[in-house]
Design a binder for this molecule. Structure first.
Ligand SMILES: NC(=O)c1ccc[n+]([C@@H]2O[C@H](COP(=O)([O-])OP(=O)(O)OC[C@H]3O[C@@H](n4cnc5c(N)ncnc54)[C@H](OP(=O)(O)O)[C@@H]3O)[C@@H](O)[C@H]2O)c1
Length: 270
């Protein structure tokens, strides 16, 4: 698995990690099975894990699957609250789930970001947080994201990017590269929607020399071939899918022609 410098944060991150929205919001026996997904992440080196208190049980379940190997993981989670007390409670809970440290602590959807950055900065000064980040899923919030990114406390962003959602190319990715901000890519498969159309083996054949054997791998390589993107976080409930996805985390990377070809396969014109 290739590692990249996570902007100017001093962290090195594997280019493929794992999201936990929906897939880790589970209980009981199903929650126990998620340990196998995390096992596959450690086997393949995809040891960057993203969560949020907005994802129901996901932080708790992720924390449980990391028992005994927390030190070898990079944990990114979020605070998502309008109320300051609730935000403090979320932070206390996350620090319990993740053994007193969150590596990348993000303000989810920029919710009450001014106060949240103050709170996260205090945790950073206390040694409980390594990097502070901000996230937004919606293009309509990218002007705000761009403004908040310039706050010197912000060292990372999380945004959507895939062949059908390319708005970050306009201003967000160039600004992130200029500012030395770490970039996490959410929704690499468009919440799975990009995987619903069938892409044939024949259509993938020209990509074989890049080590691509499946459509999900083609989409991940499309993202990671832009060096401004540091880590993509596909979510999965399947250890086999995780292993297959991790296979896209090594060079050679794609050039502009192959990226344009994948965009066309994904139904995007450029
Ligand atoms: N900050 C925010 O506002 C925000 C918003 C959205 C997402 N996120 C983060 O980004 C992460 C990823 O985004 P996402 O969960 O929306 O969607 P995604 O990663 O684009 O797609 C996830 C879907 O792809 C399927 N999948 C994964 N690998 C596959 C494979 N090799 N073959 C076939 N199917 C595969 C999964 O199903 P299986 O379980 O069957 O594999 C799942 O249904 C989230 O989990 C979350 O951590 C953040």
């Amino acid at each position: 698995m290739e590692h990249r410098a996570f902007g100017a944060t001093g962290l090195d991150v594997p280019v493929i990690g794992m999201g936990t929205w929906q897939t880790f919001d589970v209980r009981g026996a199903v929650a126990d099975q998620r340990t196998h997904v995390t096992d596959a992440a450690f086997d393949t080196g995809a040891t960057f894990f993203d969560s949020s208190p907005m994802y129901g049980e996901a932080e708790r379940v992720l924390g449980r699957t990391l028992k005994g190997r927390r030190e070898r993981a990079i944990v990114a989670t979020k605070v998502w609250a309008k109320d300051d007390i609730e935000a403090e409670q979320q932070m206390t809970a996350a620090l319990r789930y993740f053994e007193r440290r969150v590596d990348v602590y993000q303000v989810h959807n920029l919710a009450s970001w001014r106060t949240r950055l103050d709170q996260l900065q205090r945790l950073k000064e206390a040694g409980a947080v390594r990097v502070i980040g901000i996230t937004h899923y919606s293009e309509s919030a990218f002007d705000d994201l761009l403004r908040v990114m310039k706050d010197p406390r912000v060292q990372a962003i999380q945004v959507p990017y895939n062949p059908r959602q390319r708005a970050v190319e306009q201003a967000i990715l160039p600004a992130a590269a200029d500012l030395g901000v770490g970039v996490i890519i959410m929704r690499p498969f468009g919440e799975g929607s990009l995987l619903r159309s069938t892409v044939t083996r024949d259509a993938l054949a020209p990509l074989a020399r890049f080590g691509i054997t499946s459509w999900p791998q083609a989409l991940l390589k499309w993202i990671l071939s832009d060096p401004r993107c540091h880590v993509a976080i596909p979510a999965t409930s399947s250890p086999d899918h995780l292993r297959a996805n991790a296979g896209a985390g090594t060079p050679p990377w794609l050039g502009p022609d192959e990226r344009a070809y994948i965009s066309r396969l994904a139904g995007h014109s450029s």
